[in-house]
Design a protein around this ligand. Structure first.
Ligand SMILES: NC(=O)C1=CN([C@@H]2O[C@H](COP(=O)(O)OP(=O)(O)OC[C@H]3O[C@@H](n4cnc5c(N)ncnc54)[C@H](OP(=O)(O)O)[C@@H]3O)[C@@H](O)[C@H]2O)C=CC1
Ligand SMILES: CC(=O)C(=O)O
Ligand SMILES: [Mg+2]
Length: 564
């Protein structure tokens, strides 16, 4: 385990070499003694700053930019210059900075990746260099790695194929692993599997930094992923590997292939499921309609949609429904309309959620050959509407008004990211439901006005889950990440809801509390792992202490010179 509590750091680096290393650089905060010991005099302005002063300086600079993309570039540059300062700034200003480091701005960061690229961060593994993976991993710099987030860049938020630009997502996710989950930055590694891209803008862009090749698919793709996973297991046998933003033909398939071979999970399938389930459990408390009586319509039956349905269904089973009773309560609407048995082109992960033909007999439809979302809402009268389609505006006024007609308190979660892809905006949902909806959105939106006051709508984003899952799994050395651990995370999140005491309050804690949320989720996840026999030899009464020992707080420690 990386020692996050070390009282000092010993290093053989000095002068420019020390200042150029973002893991070691303190910038103007190097003390006089350290400047003597490490030959830093003259390389820095003479005044010695504190970390707090550095944070104030950077915050002032950050706020002076005009656009969020400029702020994103500034923060990425800071991250690659001085990690301690970057995280001190982030941790102290989560509410303000998450929309820059994470969704929605990280989406633009991926789209502009080739233009913003300055310094290397993480690893780019491309198909032409498949045979070199072991050698790349072998570098001593990666000795401390415990958590990897990997993408192949094909489904970046709702923005589609961004090729190598998708690297912005693992970088952003791992910034939250440290900023919210407390993992030491040296233990985290973002990885981009560069298998080409089918994005013609990238392929024709002379500045594109990725492998200029059409996306490789089929056996060659699978062999590359296998080479990657095998090399990961060989180099870091106890690593936590998070799959992120893979397209739907790969996401669930790769998860199923690898989930029993190492400690791994897919954030879009499982992390999203846990945040949606946790927010729903909190909402059920407010509406008073028991979970076993909820009917759930999901727009977008892809990785996130089917992952969400699967975990909510498991919660319904826990609450007493049989598998078939629970399944009948889901209405999965994809590009071609409601998933119904016998429909052509259904994928293996969609099949468990098709509606029986008999169940929809007698439905009144706008068009007899396609059952759209509005048909589903009018006929099935769902209590919950969840959007993970990546299609803006698909929760149209008629759809939302129909939800409001059949529910006193409709539960409406347009979860697609970034902001530009949300199925509806909170302000529209609020107006179309006369303020009766319980709303959760994937990306941050400006506050709405409710009861004459400003109300910040809950951000139902997997950022409430994955930092805690990673922290909990790593703290107890979990060998696998089970579905039970995600259910535990969802319930821990629901139990943090302020709406339990007052239905007018938010369903989720604020983004500013994400560090506390991660610690709570981590505890629940670690206990569950222990109960399932998935942990190393960690006594149950040491779990809390293990978690807290693993949480790194950004601060400077004194440096001592390593003697040859
Ligand atoms: N809030 C959060 O924490 C999270 C949000 N998300 C968001 O959810 C969205 C989807 O992610 P994911 O499930 O991984 O992506 P997928 O591509 O796996 O799934 C999206 C599904 O929606 C379908 N779809 C496309 N257009 C429509 C339409 N008009 N009506 C109904 N269905 C449609 C797609 O079909 P087809 O393949 O044919 O296009 C696909 O099956 C993204 O925007 C992502 O940002 C994801 C994870 C977490
Ligand atoms: C949040 C997230 O993981 C996504 O939109 O893909
Ligand atoms: Mg994602």
């Amino acid at each position: 385990m990386f020692d996050t509590t070390a009282a000092f750091v010993t290093t053989g680096r000095s002068g420019y070499e020390l200042l150029a290393d973002p893991q070691l650089n303190k910038g103007t905060a190097f003390s006089e003694t350290e400047r003597d010991a490490f030959d830093l005099h003259g390389l820095l302005p003479p005044n010695v700053s504190t970390l707090d002063e550095q944070v104030s300086r950077r915050l002032q600079a950050l706020r002076s930019f005009e656009t969020d993309l400029e702020r994103y570039a500034f923060l990425r540059e800071l991250q690659d210059t001085n990690e301690t300062l970057f995280y001190a700034l982030l941790v102290g200003n989560l509410e303000e900075l998450l929309p820059i480091v994470y969704t929605p701005t990280v989406g633009a960061g991926c789209q502009q990746f080739s233009r913003l690229f300055r310094k290397p961060r993480g690893l780019f593994l491309s198909i032409p260099h498949k045979a070199r993976i072991d050698r790349i991993f072998a570098q001593p710099r990666f000795d401390a790695v415990e958590a990897i987030v990997v993408t192949d860049g094909e489904r970046i938020l709702g923005l589609g194929d961004q090729g190598a630009g998708g690297m912005g997502i693992p970088i952003g996710k791992l910034a939250l692993y440290t900023g919210c989950g407390g993992l030491h930055p040296a233990t985290t590694l973002p990885i981009l599997l560069d298998v080409g891209t089918d994005n013609s803008d990238c392929l024709t862009d002379p500045l594109y930094v990725g492998w200029r090749h059409e996306r490789v698919r089929g056996q060659e793709y699978d062999d590359f992923v296998e080479a990657f996973v095998s090399a990961v297991i060989k180099r870091w046998p106890r690593v936590l590997l998070q799959w992120e933003d893979f397209a739907k033909n790969n996401a669930t398939r790769l998860l199923e292939r690898y989930r029993d071979r190492l400690c791994t999970f897919n954030d879009d399938v499982q992390g999203t499921a846990a945040v949606a389930t946790g927010t729903l459990l909190a909402a059920v408390n407010v509406t008073g309609v028991p979970l076993t009586e909820q009917r759930v319509a999901v727009l977008g039956a892809g990785s996130a949609g089917c992952g969400i349905a699967s975990l909510i269904r498991a919660a319904m089973r826990d609450a007493g429904l049989s598998e078939s009773e629970a399944t009948a309560r889901f209405y999965m609407v994809d590009r071609d309309g409601l998933l119904v048995e016998g429909m052509p082109g259904l994928t293996s992960f969609q099949l468990p959620f098709v509606q029986a033909r008999k169940a929809i007999e007698g439905w009144k439809l706008d068009h007899p050959d396609r059952i759209g979302l509005l048909d589903v809402v009018r006929n099935a009268r769902p209590t919950v509407l969840i959007g993970v389609s990546g299609q803006a505006g698909t929760f149209s006024e008629p759809v939302v008004r129909a939800m409001a007609e059949c529910n006193g308190r409709p539960i409406i979660f347009p979860l697609s990211n970034p902001t530009s892809r949300a199925e509806a905006t909170p302000v529209d949902i609020e107006a179309w439901t006369e303020g009766r909806a319980l709303i959760g959105v994937g990306s941050p939106f400006p506050p709405i006005t409710r009861g004459g006051a400003r109300f910040k709508v809950d951000q139902t984003n997997n950022s409430y889950i994955f930092p805690g899952v990673g922290l909990g799994a790593l703290a107890v050395g979990a060998s696998r990440v089970s579905d039970g651990m995600f259910m535990a995370a969802a319930k821990a999140l629901a139990s943090s809801s302020a709406a339990r005491d007052n239905p007018k309050h938010n369903l989720l804690p604020p983004v500013s509390a994400l560090r506390e949320v991660a610690a709570k989720v981590a505890f629940a996840v670690a206990i569950q792992a222990h109960q399932e026999g998935l942990t190393a030899d960690v006594p149950i009464d040491r779990i809390d202490q293990r978690i807290h020992a693993k949480i790194w707080t950004p601060r400077y420690v004194p440096y001592r010179r390593k003697m040859d």
